[in-house]
Each structure stands twice: as C-alpha cells, then as structure tokens.
Design a protein around this ligand. Sequence first.
Ligand code: AN7
Length: 378
Amino acid sequence: MPFRVRYTGLISKYMDLLPISDDARVIGLGEGNTPLIRLTRIPRELGRDVDIYVKYEGLNPTGSFKDRGMTVAVTKAVDEGAKAIICASTGNTSASAAAYAARAGTTCFVLIPDGKIALGKLAQAVMHGARVIQIRGNFDDGMRLVKEVAEQSPVTIVNSINPYRLQGQKTAAFEIIEELGRAPDYHCLPVGNAGNITAHWIGYSEWAGGGDGPLTGACNFCDGRCRFASAIVDKRPRMVGYQAAGSAPFMRGGPVDDPETVATAIRIGHPQSWDQAHAVQRESDGWFDEVTDDEILAAQRMLANHEGVFCEPASAASLAGALRDIESGRIPGGSTVVCTLTGHGLKDPDTAIAQSGGAVETVDAELGAVRQAITAHL
Ligand code: AN7
C-alpha cells in the first residue's frame, strides 16, 4: 500500500485525534508504529486455542512505551513556553524525558531511586544530558518531591499525571485496532502507576465512539486506505492489569510503603492513576492480579527463548499473568489476547545475565574444542 507521507511519528499520524495545534513544533523521534507479533510456539505448547499477540513497545526510540506519551507532553511543554521539564522515574520515563528534552533543546531534571534503576536506563538519561538526581528513597518519594518542587519552580512535570502523556499513549490502542481490524477480547498490561492501562482504555473508548457511534476514517497517514480507516469498532476489550507480587497496591486495596520486585520498572507502591485504573477495571469488566518475580523471569526467558522477543522483566508480567489466566480458563478458549511488552530487554542487562546460568561456555581457540562444544548440542 503506497503511503502518502513518510512515517515520522505518532503525532503526525494521529494529529486529528491529539490535542496538538497545527502550528506547534513537533518534538518527535519516529515513535509508535511498533510491531504486533503473533506468538506461535508458546500457544502451541500451552495447548489452548487462544490467539496471543505481543505489542512490542520496546521498539520505540528509547526502548519503551513512554515515548508515545513523551512526544506529546514535550511538544505541548515547548509550545507552552516551558523552560525545563522534570520527572520522577523508575528509569524508562527518565530515559524518554531526557531524549525528548535533548531533541527540544530543553533542560531536563530526573529524580531516580538510588541504585534501583536498570543500567541501560541510567546510561540513557546521562547520555541525553539530563540532570540526574538520585534520591535516597524510592519512586514514590521521588514523585512526591517532584510535585512539591514543581509548585515552587518553573518546571513542567512530564510524569503520567501530565494528561498529555496519556493522550500520546492511547495511540497504542489505535495501532492494535489498525492491525487486527477490531479490538482484542483481552488486553493485558503490567501495572505500576496505572497510567498506561488508563491510556489504552481511553484509546479503545474513543475508537468505539463513547456512545456516539464508532469513529472511522481518522488515519492521517495513508489517505484512508488502511484497515484502520475502515475498522468499525464497537466492542472494547476487557482490560487486565498485572502487578509484581511485592509491589501490588491494587491487590492489597491500598498503597504499599516498601515495594520490592526484580521488575524495578514497576517498583511502585503509590500509583498515581489509582481512581482511573479502578474505573477502567469496572467499565471494561476486567481485573487486576499479581505475579511473582519467579513467574515474571520465567515468562521473560520463555519469550526470548521460544519466540525471539526480548523484553524487560516488568513487561513480562503481562505475559506471565496472561498465560496463567489462559491455563485456568479465566481467559477462555477462542479469545484474542494482546499483551503489551512495555520495554526492551536490553534496558536491564544485569538481570538477564544473572539468570543466564551456564549459557556461556569458554573453550580454547582451536577446532577440536569448538567441535566438541557444538557436538554436545546437536
Ligand atoms: C517497562 O519510568 O513509572 O502503569 O518512572 O517502565 O503506566 O506506570 C515506568 C513504568 C510498565 C508501568 N512497564 O506503567 C517510570 C515508570 C515498564 C515501565 C510500567 C513502567 P504504568
């Protein structure tokens, strides 16, 4: 299908569906348009008749879904004359904010929990020139401090409490509809602050027309020839949010003061979108559940090993939970399921290497030794 314009990012593609004025200077890096990959080996091994797709958000420019929200939030901040942006972060928000601020030529401050962010994310924030402030505390402490600082200083918060973030992130739902020609039956996501599950629900709901009838023909990208333009979507998915067991305020019914999990991205005890997430759960007839660190790491390995898709631990929470719910029948046979893989596996090389066991074998640089190493596995 011939494209009218080169893909330059989600703002230009979905301009009509985003709160961006035509003359705004777009701060973009080609984000969005991520692959929706249909799993093959994992469903076969499960022996269940369920179509599982993963939305590989790790292929965004800075390696996570945050870029969808950040392009809109930073474009708006610059448009409104902001001098600097600020965020608290478990890592991915800081990497994304730093990159978009660099692109905009704006100062970026990031507050991160001391020693608890994955190595790749810290490298990104530093390389993009953010002012990195490590606090002796966790994400929730950082978020509280960011709100307090922003009351007194001319800085724009780009955490997901900034509504433009969710506007950008809702476009992932549009892309899924575009690919499938419909909404999935179940959409599974890892939940930290619950901004992303809320944003997806906004996207699906807008597409379904919120009672005014479904939207069609809104694609700005291909002259209305793609499936997106003709998709009539009146059904929304049931939204399912999975938390890490040591960091699961939605399962405990209230904030958790000392969240702990190997999935540092979702090591969040005081979710910022608490009420919105409960509304999503009610309106979509979905649910929350928790997965253990062992289940998270097993799903991460399985996905990398059986399907060729490498995501970070937090992202694997969506698949870990979905697999359990498919096996138990809570997600019934015949369903179409989408799991969002929120971040790339390369973000957290330490956790990957730590669980790689005997995968690396050292031998002498001579033919006999190499042949022996190979023969053992043939
Ligand atoms: C890979 O970067 O909160 O439920 O500060 O990085 O919308 O919070 C990261 C969150 C899931 C949870 N997966 O999304 C941050 C931050 C990954 C993430 C989440 C995050 P929300």
